[in-house]
Ligand binder design. Structure first.
Ligand SMILES: [Zn+2]
Length: 327
């Protein structure tokens, strides 16, 4: 199983995209497509089916190549892409704010703007992955407009995969912040295996998720797993084992999924920002509903799984089905 946002099918053309002539040819190709990001949202058809709208160059008449971000090109010579709509087509991302006002109005008339995570369940794995990288890179450009060395304006270079200071020439590159996310399990004295899940106060009522946190500088991923579990729940864990990773450009992370085995049982959340953390058996987890299908009812706390597009949901489901973990 590939996790959501991890199905980017395009050849990123890393070696070619620095070549301005090559880039210009791709940019001007009549079949090239452009994916517009507006305040973090993507453009979809107005129909309920929510088909992502990729625009042609002809629909964006005043667009300049310097304001676009090259995402990649289809047709990797792989059979599964032969009938794909992205076959041999270059796809670019663009910030809505780089378009002239009349084009902005036309786009907003043409479709509807939706946040990607809200609609991922209705999208193909390929569309979700392409829209995710577009969203992440557009956000990176917006948040790195100025040089971190001298404070002068940065300019987009290398097909949107770097920004260079107009004054001191310092180069800034898109960053990806690693975060570990772990399914911690324990065999209790009553012979029942349980896993440790927590929730933050800002989440919708009842949602519980695996613990997670950013990797510190100078820390291995395994050390980060052990440290985060102690910090968030005061649980001692060992034997971290890597399971899978997931691009998470919301705004700029990669989630690195692990299992670990707890050697202590008593939870204490007083030292961190979790609202609650609990041990859950498989029997209890089977009572969790997908949160998107449950109506909130403030009178009764109903436990819910974290969002289906997340690696948290994947880890919990895999542990429930005994495909990961020791117990
Ligand atoms: Zn500078």
């Amino acid at each position: 199983m590939t996790l959501a946002y991890g199905n980017m099918p395009l050849d990123r053309c890393t070696n070619q995209r620095k070549n301005k002539r090559w880039l210009s040819t791709e940019f001007n190709h009549e079949k090239s497509l452009f994916c517009v990001i507006n305040d973090g949202m993507s453009l979809f058809s107005k129909a309920e089916a929510l088909v992502p709208i990729y625009l042609s160059k002809a629909q964006l008449p005043t667009l300049s190549v310097d304001s676009c971000i090259y995402l990649g090109k289809g047709n990797l010579g792989r059979g599964e892409l032969d009938n794909n709509k992205f076959n041999a087509i270059s796809i670019f991302a663009i910030d809505f704010n780089k378009l002239r006002f009349s084009t902005q109005e036309e786009l907003s008339e043409m479709g509807q703007w939706q946040g990607l995570r809200k609609v991922t369940a209705n999208l193909s794995a390929i569309d979700a992955s392409i829209l995710a990288i577009a969203k992440g890179l557009v956000h990176w450009h917006i948040s790195h407009q100025f040089c971190g060395q001298c404070g002068h304006a940065n300019r987009s270079v290398e097909a949107g995969h770097a920004r260079r200071c107009s004054e001191c020439r310092n180069m800034t590159f898109p960053r990806t912040d690693p975060a570990v996310i772990m399914l911690v399990e324990k065999m209790f004295d009553d012979g029942i295996a349980r896993c440790l899940l927590g929730r933050q106060a800002s989440w919708a009522q009842g949602i519980y998720s695996t613990l997670a946190g950013f990797v510190d500088p100078g820390e291995t991923l395994e050390q980060a797993v052990i440290r985060e579990v102690v910090e968030e729940a005061a649980i001692i864990a060992e034997k971290p084992e890597y399971i899978a990773s997931q691009p998470w450009p919301f705004p700029a992370s990669i989630m690195l999924g692990f299992t670990a085995v707890a050697t202590s049982e008593k939870i204490d959340i007083s030292q961190d920002d979790l609202e609650d953390a609990q041990w859950f058996s498989r029997e209890q987890l089977q009572g969790f509903c997908l949160n998107s299908t449950v109506n909130d009812n403030s009178e009764s706390v109903q436990y819910k799984m974290s969002s289906g597009d997340s690696i948290s949901s994947y880890l919990i489901t895999a542990w429930l089905n005994k495909t990961i973990g020791k117990y």
